[in-house]
Design a protein around this ligand. Sequence first.
Ligand code: PGA
Length: 250
Amino acid sequence: MRKLIVGNWKMNGLRQSADALVRGILDGLPVGADVGVALCPPATLLASVADMVRESPVEVGGQDCHPEASGAHTGDIAAPMLADAGARYVIVGHSERRSDHGESDALVRAKAEAALASGLRPIVCIGETAEQRRAGEALAVIKHQLAGSLPAFAQADALVVAYEPVWAIGTGDTATPADVEEVHALIRTALRSAAGDAGSQVPILYGGSVKPANAGELLGTAEVDGALVGGASLKAEDFLGIITAAAALN
Ligand code: PGA
């Protein structure tokens, strides 16, 4: 499967810095690399980033969406609005949303379904905490989150799943390739049993302190179809290093 590298800018970026970052990424994209690339800037920058990448293979995504298509929800952003601004993807259920905003699996599923209904590809994030891993519960937690968060109707061709161990996000610690392989194998099995053959085509991304130095090893691990990148997506050179590592594996 073609690798997919997604940059999650989180709550970072003003117009000027975003402009320089996108230009740097577009200028340095490895020519002819068969790698999918998407940028998920904050909502304020989505339309301008979408405009900047319009003539390039780079796509854009939102970082969250509301489960409803419109209505009285001050401060929220609906999936059709993201699509209208030029998004192709939307991250749902990121651990920072789950912890900062108390998002449940059921809410994440509703958001994923709203994304699909708007023609967006939801990137459904799951991952265990350090305590859960220490207690030997990582696989059970992942299974439970998958069962609760994946959209109920099968549109496997539009779905993306991201495994992001909470303790690896923004910490510089990454899961070992053996741990990543174990969790990704479990996710693949769950996707196949939910969606049959189509479950084999769902990209499973790894996220959590991915950087150029570890990207080759992580992306070369079985069933790792790409990366969801936070901190390292804010520097063109680092993000390009990860894209180049992905391209080298084709
Ligand atoms: P990180 O973030 O690469 O900074 O660890 C990943 C993420 O939260 O998606």
